[in-house]
Design a protein around this ligand. Structure first.
Ligand SMILES: [Ca+2]
Length: 400
């Protein structure tokens, strides 16, 4: 160890003054305090219910994307390059779970969300969404498999693809994709418009820019809204979505909520109902990044308004309703992460649970892109930060 102590400082250990000035001028934190914290050393963050403790539970994750709690309190975490890992409560990250289908890890594509079957305790079935490599292109697919753990190794058995977004498209953008089980046991899958195909979000003959609803074996539920419409894809639940990267079921009503990336100034919170049209790209509050107008305006008969939209956008990802008792003031509230607008957002719904009564921005000082948010069995909020080599698993709870 003396070798290290006597070694001269690494030339990159201290950023040059000009670099510091540049970072400060750009409004970027040169060294965010939280990034320095090792696992187990919480930092505090202010909130409307008093200081919160932000504990780094695991580090070194590669673009972590989806988080699901196992019944024993451990977590399944997807990494976008294609690995599924099991993380212990104390932050030990497992070797990759074997048997995960190959993914196209490009742009926004790769291994995306993970969800446990409602009957996981018996079936051991887990569900994954991912950008599936297809001939000359890729498309969002859903696979399921049985999680088997033996002698410290984990693998997926009997892996089968139960849904394929059609058509596939080239390019690496707007795959969606979140998985949410409804109370009736059906599975919602949120899908993106693949960017280059955005006009197809209005077309019932494909899965582009849709939310779909399938049975856990991939079959079509008997009461899907377009099941009996000629030419329509029977899996479709709602249409006119751009890129939905957050979805959750309201525990008070059992209804689906989604949050989607808009173009500039057009992020949207929606409550997608069967057969309804959420407008993209005909109506939107966003503009193209070039500044160009999109579609026809902001409202049109037959198209739904968002529950809320954000201008400027913050690039929402992950969505969770809070039902715990650790932070009782926040019971029933909705949480979402922000990527470009590095933050955690809390939304209190109105009493009818159809609109947003209050918005609070949390963790703004952390400077982290937040990819997913979930409630843990301990009543804390658990977050994944988006970084290609040092994504972190954070636990958020009231400070002692
Ligand atoms: Ca919309």
């Amino acid at each position: 160890m003396s070798r290290h102590l006597s070694a001269p400082p690494h030339p990159l250990a201290r950023p040059a003054a000009w670099l510091m000035a540049l970072l400060l001028a750009a409004g970027l934190p040169a060294a965010p305090a939280a990034a320095q914290s090792a696992p187990g050393e919480p930092v505090e963050a202010p909130s409307s219910i008093g200081p919160l403790s932000v504990e780094t539970v695991a580090t070194g994750l590669r673009s972590p994307w989806g988080l699901a709690f196992l019944p024993d309190g451990r977590m399944l975490v997807t990494e976008r390059p294609g690995q599924l890992r099991i993380v212990s409560r104390s932050g030990t990250v497992s070797a990759p779970v074997a048997g995960v289908p190959p993914v196209l890890a490009r742009g926004q594509g790769g291994l995306l969300d993970v969800a446990l079957a409602p009957d996981f305790a018996d079936s051991r079935l887990i569900f994954l969404t991912y950008a599936e490599p297809r001939e000359g292109a890729a498309g969002t697919s859903v696979a399921r498999g049985r999680l088997v753990e033996q002698n410290g190794d984990a693998r997926l058995d009997n892996v089968e693809v139960i849904f394929r977004q059609s058509p596939a498209a080239s390019g690496g953008n707007h795959f969606g994709s979140r998985l949410v089980f409804a109370r009736d046991g059906t599975l919602f899958v949120t899908l993106g418009d693949r960017a280059s195909l955005r006009e197809q979000a209005q077309n019932l003959t494909n899965h582009i820019g849709k939310v779909v609803r399938i049975a856990p074996d991939g079959s079509v539920p008997a009461d899907n809204p377009f099941r009996d419409r000629n030419g329509a894809r029977p899996e479709i639940w709602s249409i006119g979505h751009r890129n939905v990267q957050g979805a959750a079921l309201d525990p008070a009503t059992g209804l689906l909520w989604t949050i989607e990336h808009g173009a500039r100034g057009g992020d949207e919170l929606n409550r997608p109902e069967a057969g309804k049209n959420y407008g993209w790209p005909v109506i939107t509050y966003g503009r193209d990044y070039s500044g160009a107008k999109i579609g026809e305006g902001t409202a049109k008969p037959g198209m739904e308004q968002p529950v809320k939209y954000w201008d400027p956008s913050f690039a929402p990802s992950g969505l969770a309703f809070y039902t715990g008792t650790l932070m009782p003031q926040w019971k029933g509230d909705l949480f979402t992460g922000g990527l470009a607008g590095a933050r955690l957002v809390r939304l209190k719904l109105d009493p009818a649970r159809t609109g947003v009564a209050e918005e609070e921005i949390l963790l703004a000082d952390l400077g982290e892109r937040i990819r997913d948010v979930r409630q843990g069995p301990d009543g804390a909020l658990w977050l994944l930060t988006d970084d290609p080599s040092n994504g972190r698993l954070l636990r958020l709870a009231p400070a002692e």
